[in-house]
Design a protein around this ligand. Structure first.
Ligand code: NAD
Length: 484
């Protein structure tokens, strides 16, 4: 094993767990690179106790003092960029530029967290003569963050800086498929000066998630992963009377009109469907064309041909994922889709045991096909042809999901028409991956997100804080006010 067996990180140090372990396999070549603890409810309990012990002192610090630690954390992310990128690549299989982009986004959200000292404000209003009402923000308490395999560093960092700067203590349960980055994040936070117990990592799978939902010492649960599990976690955490915000899967539609800029549209759509091997909740997996767009599709296929597994296209997470993606393609072909570019059975020379799928473009997919409705989570684009903008919109709106949607056109009026009507939380106009920059928040609609608030940006302030309302009479002798 290239890396030593991982341990949980609780109370500022590596600790043993009770239970078995799981091998960590690199998708790049199938090799076993480490092992991850499969912890249980007792391990969650120890982490909750450590977080509860740290909470009084951490939450009593001024936000300005807490932010100083995150300035240092930001610098450490930058300093450790290459090491983090290599870890991400090894455990997840994405390319180095994609791994670096993850660390860069982690830096961006940390910078936003540092600005919370200026913007996480309350309110004060004189409600009668000499009487004021104030609203102040308080941390929620001990919170948990459960994350998926596709962004081992960025998704944990969507929550860590904001939640901690706002005074909460946290337990992170990373995906058992990509657990290495989480321990590196814990080390960097410790090096930045974070007090012991404020941030803890409990590794494992379903059992840990269930214990997090059930533990009475945890006040809020955030989750990012598939819709199936997002629903389970939302229902279980809220049934235990916790706050929950659970982000699920996606099926993102790009509506392409004939007047779209050909080169820009083709390269954007190709990049969106294949980036991170299509394993992004913002990936374009369906292109809905309106009218005659053959000139754009031809160019798109040329762009997709430039995307080569093992070079500028990473691996998918596992053998099972590769099989699942290839089965979707085979089934779509049987159902009448035309394969313009076929990424099945791809082998990267020298990495024959890696899990690679080449970019795949399917034309003449029909909305009722399985591939048109379900999340494929691989570098596969399904093109659906329509004759009108409203027909294209009705396909987008019939999706169970609603993470992102985009339109490619040079007509401002049509772009606005589609942006207003699409049923998704994040909209792109001539942008294939419309991830909002900070301080705008990240979060979808429909079955792509359960719970109020978004997970990043200004909206997350509401999730990570609770409001205290104080009413004060400054002049008890006054006879003119009604607050007596
Ligand atoms: P997943 O749902 O399988 O796993 C997510 C987390 O839940 C992991 O930590 C895992 O250990 C845990 N888990 C898995 N099964 C569980 C169960 N039955 N009970 C309790 N916990 C369980 O998701 P994944 O495969 O790791 O990630 C890919 C999915 O995440 C895709 O659907 C993708 O769209 C989604 N995703 C969504 C967003 C978003 O912002 N909406 C962002 C990234 C990924």
């Amino acid at each position: 094993m290239k890396y030593p067996a991982l341990k949980n990180f609780v109370g500022g140090k590596a600790v043993d767990h009770k239970g078995s372990t799981l091998d960590v396999q690199s998708p790049l070549d199938g090799s076993i690179i480490s092992s991850v603890p499969l912890s249980g409810a007792n391990d969650v309990r120890s982490a909750v106790t450590a977080a509860q012990n740290a909470f009084p002192a951490w939450s009593a610090m001024t936000i300005r003092d807490r932010v100083q630690i995150f300035y240092r954390y930001r610098t450490l992310l930058e300093k450790n960029m290459n090491e983090l990128a290599e870890l991400i690549q090894e455990e997840n299989g994405k390319t180095i530029p994609e791994s670096i982009a993850e660390v860069e986004k982690s830096i961006e959200v940390t910078e936003f967290a540092c600005s919370l000292q200026q913007i996480a404000d309350g309110e004060v209003l004189e409600v009668s003569k000499g009487v004021e009402c104030r609203i102040e923000r308080y941390p929620v308490g001990v919170v948990a963050c459960i994350t998926p395999f596709n962004f081992p560093t960025m998704v944990p960092n969507w929550t860590i800086p904001n939640a901690l700067v706002l005074g909460n203590c946290m337990i992170l349960k990373p995906s058992e498929l990509v657990p290495l980055s989480a321990n590196k994040i814990a080390d960097l936070l410790k090096e930045a000066g974070l007090p012991d117990g404020v941030f803890n990592v409990v590794h494992g799978a379903k059992e840990v998630v269930e214990a997090i939902c059930d533990d009475p010492g945890i006040q809020a649960v955030s989750f990012v992963g598939s819709t199936k599990v997002a629903k389970i976690v939302y229902a279980r955490a809220t049934s235990k009377l916790k706050r929950a915000l659970t982000l699920g899967g996606a099926k993102n539609h790009l509506i392409v009109l004939p007047d779209a800029n050909v080169g820009m549209t083709a390269s954007n759509v190709a990049a969106s469907m294949s980036g991170c091997a299509g394993q992004r909740c913002m990936a374009a997996s369906a292109m809905v064309s309106v009218g005659s767009v053959d000139h754009i599709i031809d160019q798109l296929v040329e762009e997709a041909k430039k995307i080569i597994p093992g070079k500028n296209l990473g691996a998918v997470i596992s053998k099972q994922a590769k099989e699942r993606i290839e089965n979707y393609i085979t089934e779509a072909e049987k159902d009448g889709a035309k394969v313009l570019l076929d990424g099945r059975n791809y082998k990267v020379p020298g990495k024959e045991n890696g899990f690679y799928v080449g970019p795949t473009v399917l034309d003449f997919v029909r909305p009722e096909m399985k591939i048109a409705k379900e999340e494929v989570f691989g570098p596969v684009l399904s093109i659906m042809r329509t004759n009108t903008v409203d027909e294209a919109l009705s396909i987008q709106k019939s999706s169970l999901y609603g993470n992102a949607a985009a339109v490619f056109t040079q007509s401002g009026g049509l772009a606005r028409y589609i942006a207003e009507r699409a049923s998704a939380g994040m909209i792109g106009v001539n942008i294939g991956v419309p991830v909002p920059r900070e301080p705008f928040s990240f979060g979808g609609w429909n079955e792509s997100k359960f719970g109020v608030c978004d997970i990043t940006g200004k909206s997350s302030i509401e999730f990570w804080t609770k409001l205290k309302k104080t009413t004060i009479k400054w002049n008890p002798e006054s006879k003119t006010n009604w607050m007596s």
